[in-house]
Design a protein around this ligand. Sequence first.
Ligand code: UDP
Ligand code: MN
Length: 331
Amino acid sequence: PFALGPRISNWDQQRAEWLSTHQNVTKNKFGRERVILISGSASKPCRNSVGDHLLVKSLKNKVDYTRLHDIELFYSMAVVDSQMSSFWVKHPMIRKMMLTHPEAEWIWWMDSDAMFTDMTFEIPFHKYEDHNMIIHGFEDLLFEKNSWVGINAGSFLMRNCQWSLDMLDAWTSMGHPRVAVEYGKKLSEVLLDRPIFDSDDQSVLAYLLVTQTQKWAPKVYLENSYYLHGYWVIIADRYEDIMANNKPGTGDEKWPFVTHFVGCKPCGKEASYGIKRCVLQMERAFNFGDNQILQRYGYQHRTLNSSKEIGRVRVDSADPLGLGLPTVSVP
Ligand code: UDP
Ligand code: MN
């Protein structure tokens, strides 16, 4: 069968052996299992003038979230396997990260067109002790309707283990350019609402889960109690309401964890939605997330519709640490 790199069959043993002599590096500064977040974009400039600006904002958004939670961030602009480009760049990169970072328990992929919109929410890892993959999805849509949108591959996590290496091989074997056209047709036969186009990673994952359910599904947690991926169309015009009525930390429809701009191509062409609408809503998602950062320093964006102006939301104190030390008189 297809393999992304030299075949490894005993990664669990290799990693356990390594961990037994590196126990001091397996936890982050909050004492939690280490997570590496990977995102990335092409090495070329965008074909429109606004795309690179949006990519910087999306990257800053990830820098902010990962700094707050002591998650390591890796941003890739490389195509590490020349055969695997566009949405297939994720998989070789995830494998590389697993093998070079045995200290990390989870590798998390997040698309460049997805942003954190709940800066305080944390993934409840205790729920996933018996699982090796976490992805936003719905059982009925996937297994009853065989829908290619039953899951979303824009934000998902894989445990650093042999199962994940095997899954990555099975997954990418259907994305190789030699077979992408042929599998594209096959995917659309099984996934009933999928138009015919070359095989894409989301559809292949859905296909594997639907056609080899016993083999893969038991270790895949389809999460929908919070927005590991959130479809921007049902979120982005509610941000003002959300701020007025709710508090961050829930990650669900009350305060969505991630807003993902599915169907927008902020850096490219052939989008399903108008570029103006996509750009405005990406700005809004960024400002909504950024407000939760700026607030810590006493500022807020004046409006979600533009990042240009911020305003003060509190009066700064001469005793910022709240220690109540006597003041020193200046002569
Ligand atoms: N990507 C990348 N390099 C590329 C093309 C894509 O790193 O050359 C990443 C990027 O983060 C993007 C993700 O792969 O969000 C998924 O690719 P897709 O073509 O589905 O783009 P999207 O629709 O998410 O913008
Ligand atoms: Mn995307």
